[in-house]
Design a protein around this ligand. Structure first.
Ligand code: C2E
Ligand code: MG
Ligand code: MG
Ligand code: MG
Length: 278
């Protein structure tokens, strides 16, 4: 009997592995089909200046609508796209689409046009063609490099090596480099010595805890202080309440992003918001 239970368990375990492999293989295939069928869209979330909430930038966030239905979270499909390598084609599409929208905003709003932030995944940073791709997209759409910021994560670059070389090459082109989810990695401060960063995006976890605790305020203030001292801009991520916005402003934060100000929305709605403010 023990033998059978063991055999059963092994069998079930194998089933479970097969199922998850099949699901991710299925998702991989669906992603590829969806990409070829044009099922991906970009939405943009405003990055605002405190205290008045003027839109200074937008972050491009990708959405996948399988069969035109409700979207699947990028947190779910970006890792699969990274594993299969689809992120290279998808990333090129995101880059081109975001640059096209940035150029339209540039043409319509001139000096008031929002800077456009584009998330670049770890796998893309290992692609030696990325800097050339970015330079080509900028010139194809007639964009100044400083109008674009690439958002990277600490984990993608902390080991140095080719990913860090790519970031340096991107910075040499003149685009901004933002460290996303800043403060949550293992080497946040060390990275600032080696990585040519222009913006720190202070992770939502630090903002969530801003509720009057002197310790949390001290941490948020220090992160902003590091940015100031190094001549970087600090953006507070995931601001959900007016109280958080007020506290951030009091702590000297100039830029913020979060549902309190605006949800991610299609490009046309960013234009509406800019038109209302003009
Ligand atoms: P991220 O780059 O840190 O993007 C911020 C995420 O936080 C977005 O989720 C955004 O909708 C969400 N967010 C913004 N404000 C708030 C808030 O006040 N409260 C809460 N609860 N959430 C807020 P989203 O769009 O689901 O994206 C999740 C992650 O997926 C992104 O984190 C990024 O790592 C990745 N991602 C999204 N779009 C792209 C893309 O185009 N390319 C790549 N490589 N990764 C992407
Ligand atoms: Mg980001
Ligand atoms: Mg972020
Ligand atoms: Mg984040």
């Amino acid at each position: 009997a023990a033998q059978r239970v063991g055999a059963d368990r092994y069998q079930r375990h194998t089933d479970a592995l097969d199922t998850s492999a099949r699901n991710s293989a299925q998702m991989a295939a669906a992603l590829r089909r969806g990409f070829d069928a044009g099922e991906f869209r970009l939405v943009y979330q405003p990055i605002v200046e405190l205290p008045h909430g003027i839109i200074r930038g937008v972050e491009a966030l990708v959405r996948w609508h399988p069969d035109g239905g409700s979207p699947v979270s990028p947190a779910e499909f970006i890792p699969v796209a990274e594993q299969t390598g689809l992120i290279i084609d998808l990333g090129a599409w995101i880059l081109d689409t975001a640059c096209a929208d940035a150029a339209a905003w540039q043409a319509r709003w001139g000096a008031d046009a929002p800077r456009v932030s584009i998330n670049v995944s770890a796998r893309q940073l290992l692609d030696p063609d990325l800097p050339g791709l970015v330079a080509a997209a900028l010139s194809r759409h007639g964009l100044e490099p400083r109008g674009i910021t690439c958002e990277i994560t600490e984990t993608a670059v902390f080991a140095g090596g080719p990913a860090l070389d790519t970031v340096r090459a991107l910075r040499e082109i003149g685009v901004g480099i933002a460290l996303d989810d800043f403060g949550t990695g293992h080497s946040s401060l060390t990275l600032l010595r080696t990585c040519p960063v222009t913006t720190l995006k202070v992770d939502k976890s630090f903002i969530d805890e801003l509720n009057g605790s002197p310790q949390q305020e001290a941490i948020a203030a220090s992160l902003r202080g590091i940015a100031d001292t190094l001549g970087l801009r600090a953006v507070a991520e995931g601001v959900e309440t007016q109280d958080q916005a007020d506290r951030l402003h009091a702590l000297g934060y100039r830029y913020a992003q979060g549902f309190y100000f605006a949800r991610p929305t299609p490009a046309a709605e960013i234009d509406l918001a800019l038109a209302l403010a003009a």
